[in-house]
Design a protein around this ligand. Structure first.
Ligand SMILES: NC(=O)c1ccc[n+]([C@@H]2O[C@H](COP(=O)([O-])OP(=O)(O)OC[C@H]3O[C@@H](n4cnc5c(N)ncnc54)[C@H](OP(=O)(O)O)[C@@H]3O)[C@@H](O)[C@H]2O)c1
Ligand SMILES: *[C@@H]1O[C@H](CO)[C@@H](O)[C@H](O)[C@H]1NC(C)=O
Ligand SMILES: *[C@@H]1O[C@H](CO)[C@@H](O)[C@H](O)[C@H]1NC(C)=O
Length: 327
């Protein structure tokens, strides 16, 4: 018995050491490609949704460092002001850092999206980059203010309306860019047009994947519509990143230390995970590139279902009706 316990402890210790060695062996993503020179984003305005946490926060920090005026579109003013305060303190040393502005945006409310856009259109003379980053992952079944299934509502529909309302400003600021944060989990989704609000059945993994597939179809259809405007739109997956995204996943107390160890060893840090967002938002290498899918700052292939033009068009048309912008 004692021998077995000792062996188990030794195995655990060995495993922990191995994980630590892996973690310390160095970053697993190439550092920012295509220039991180301070000043690269001088004079540019960038809007990032969900910029108070995780990938959005790390993206905001870097684009600020590069000199951008960064607008944080966040649903909770208090959390956003706290993050903004920290970012300002972290960057107080950096010469040439840009300006940070907090504005309230709840993507689970079309009313909030409209009010937010009205404010931006009134107060911002230009918009060079829009980063659709905010997201919600595998929450229990809930509906948005307008009655949409929460993950489809926030991850897809809220951003769909936001982007459409800001398109005029983006076009007037061309060349400009739209960056969409999706996920590799899109592979497990499908656009089931007959039950977009999941009223017949709710599967939280399927709905997350469906919303992330919608992000890709949206990007491809938008790229087609934006041809010749000098406004580009690309989509990315960040990899697996240690953020607050898993807030709705309950891990048993006893398993938690193991989970923390594994995530510390294998997951990217937010700064590592944000590299592709930063790259697509700022690098001269992707000037003029549109409608593509990226991971680790490189173009990747998509499954045929994410390239289906007729599904993309149908989703676009239905989304217009759902958010009430049918012309
Ligand atoms: N982490 C990963 O491994 C991973 C993998 C693939 C894709 N992604 C994608 O990466 C993006 C960023 O996620 P993250 O990992 O950085 O997670 P996170 O730390 O939870 O950040 C998500 C952000 O979205 C905001 N948000 C959620 N619901 C919102 C709403 N209704 N209106 C406005 N903002 C809302 C959150 O605001 P609050 O702080 O107020 O809740 C938060 O700022 C998401 O689109 C996610 O799908 C992440
Ligand atoms: C929920 O959806 C996921 C991903 O699409 C699928 O793998 C899983 O089998 C589904 N679960 C149920 C209970 O249907
Ligand atoms: C797009 O950019 C090119 C090169 O800068 C320019 O010649 C062209 O007029 C622009 N087109 C529009 C629609 O702004």
């Amino acid at each position: 018995m004692a021998v077995a316990t000792a062996a188990a402890l030794l195995a655990a210790l060995g495993g922990a050491l191995w994980l630590a060695a892996r973690r310390l062996a160095g970053p697993r993503v190439p550092s920012l490609r295509g220039g991180g020179d301070p000043g690269l984003m001088n004079g540019k305005t960038v809007l990032i949704t969900g910029a108070n946490s995780g990938l959005g926060r790390a993206t905001a920090a870097e684009l600020l460092r590069l000199g951008a005026r960064v607008i944080m579109g966040c649903r909770d003013r208090e959390r956003a002001e706290e993050a903004a305060g920290q970012l300002r303190r972290e960057l107080s040393e950096a010469a040439g850092a840009g300006e940070l502005v907090v504005r309230e945006l709840d993507l689970a409310s079309l009313r909030s999206v409209r009010a937010f856009c009205r404010e931006v259109l009134q107060e911002e003379p230009r918009l060079d980059v829009l980063i659709n980053n905010a997201g919600i992952f595998q929450c229990p079944y809930t509906k948005t203010e307008d009655g949409f299934e929460m993950q489809f509502g926030v991850n897809h529909l809220g951003h769909f309306l936001l982007t459409n309302l800001l398109l005029g400003l983006l076009k007037n600021s061309a060349p400009s860019r739209i960056v969409v944060v999706s996920s590799k989990l899109y592979k497990y989704g499908d656009i089931n047009f007959e039950d977009l609000n999941s009223e017949q059945s709710y599967n939280k993994s399927f709905c997350y994947s469906r919303s992330k597939l919608a992000n890709i179809l949206f990007t491809r259809e938008l790229a087609r519509r934006l041809e010749g405007t000098n406004v580009t739109v690309n989509v990315l997956h960040p990899g697996i990143v240690r953020t607050n995204l898993g807030r709705h996943i309950h891990i048993p107390l006893l398993v938690k230390p193991l989970f923390n160890l594994v995530s510390w060893a294998f997951f990217k840090t937010p700064v590592e995970g944000a590299q592709t967002s930063i790259y697509l938002a700022s690098s001269p290498e992707v000037e003029g590139v549109s409608g593509r899918y990226f991971g680790d700052c490189k173009e990747e292939e998509l499954l045929p279902k994410a390239m289906d033009e007729s599904v993309a068009r149908k989703l676009w048309d239905i989304s217009e009706v759902m958010v009430g912008i049918l012309k």
